[in-house]
Design a protein around this ligand. Sequence first.
Ligand SMILES: [Zn+2]
Length: 454
Amino acid sequence: MPVQEQAILREKIAAAAARGRYVLHNVRPNNAVTRTGAIDTAGAEFFLADVTVEHGKILAITPAGTPTALREAEAAHMDCAGRIVLPCFVDCHTHLDKGHILPRTPAADGTFAGALAATRGDRTAHWSADDVARRMDFALRSAFHYGTSAIRTHLDSQPPQDTISWPVFEEIRQHWRGRIELQAACLFPIDFARDETFLKSIAQRVAAAGGILGAVAYPAPDLDELLERMFAAATRHGLDLDFHTDETADPSVDGLRRIAAAALRTRFAGKVLAGHCCSLAMHDSATIDATLDQVAAAGISVVSLPTCNLYLQDRRHDGTTPKWRGVTLLHEMKRHGIPVALASDNTRDPFHSYGDLDMLDTYRLGTRVLHLDHPVGDWPRAVSATPAAMMGLPDKGTIAEGQEADFILFEGRSWSEVLSRGESSRIVIRDGAPISTALPSYSELDGLEGPAHD
Ligand SMILES: [Zn+2]
């Protein structure tokens, strides 16, 4: 199926969308991310279907070859020859404020400590409102182009950065409304929570902006108390929580268990998302089981960030080769009933030198690192319906009758075909019509503040 056919199909869909109604015959959705009503998909991972779109919404999803909801003459009919179709992606853990600072941070050495230091230096020197806004907008244009419809970003919120980044974020969220649903979580080292004045003021700022209360829950002697302060502040201000957790191979680090214990102790009623959770993979099996029982009981969700974990974990500067993959125990979590997602995390900054907020790229890497195959099962939920639920966006991340026609039509007709190429010709459909965007040119970033290095 040459790329040219994809371009012709895109034009046909665009013309049909302009007329209001069309049917895509023989598309192949993933069962787990398609609410089909009456279709019996017999548990198939992917099945052949016809999707009827009317005025930007999905009117019907019917088994391929059965009469559609519209008569022949009422709509344009297009044969998609078995192409895979997925809902638009939901990316629940990113750092839009850090994105694309890599050219300014040549001292970063691929280690976690090096990344922290390099980012701190760049933030204090260069993160003006204009700088943050330009990099965020660049990143969002890429994400939209690739087919993402909702993003949560963390925002470094150490004073005075909070007073700069949050107003910028709110403006950008408004600008992108209807294209990408944006959420933000504040980010600071959890020992900042010792300062009641700071915690109160940041919680107020986050609440006023409709955000999420977040922190890096790294080991501190009084971590349990600090967590309780975070949970109390979240309850007081009606906020959900989002923690960076255990981004290390050190087996003595057990922040995830402590977060679960704090959630249970405080009977927290909001949503809690924990990111990374790498060190869990280094615990013994009895500890793992006990931790996951608690995480499940506390209703905590987990997001794995395989790009950054592979990049930062087991980084060596002695000429030897990394031996561990760095990712958490996603299969075991899923078996415990814990909602699990994959997300992009850092892109082109000291924490990860690469990436462009393409969730297909993230999922492809996740499949290879975490073995999300044999069977594929419902793993595509990890970049769609599951993170949408974590973010409280039930209308995102699924293909469903009555919902906006927001989906991605790939060139590949099987999962292997989709994950084996870049799929640069994928057709992103929003409100029923193909988008016609281009990726922003890297040269747009040449004029950013500060010295540029290659
Ligand atoms: Zn992160």
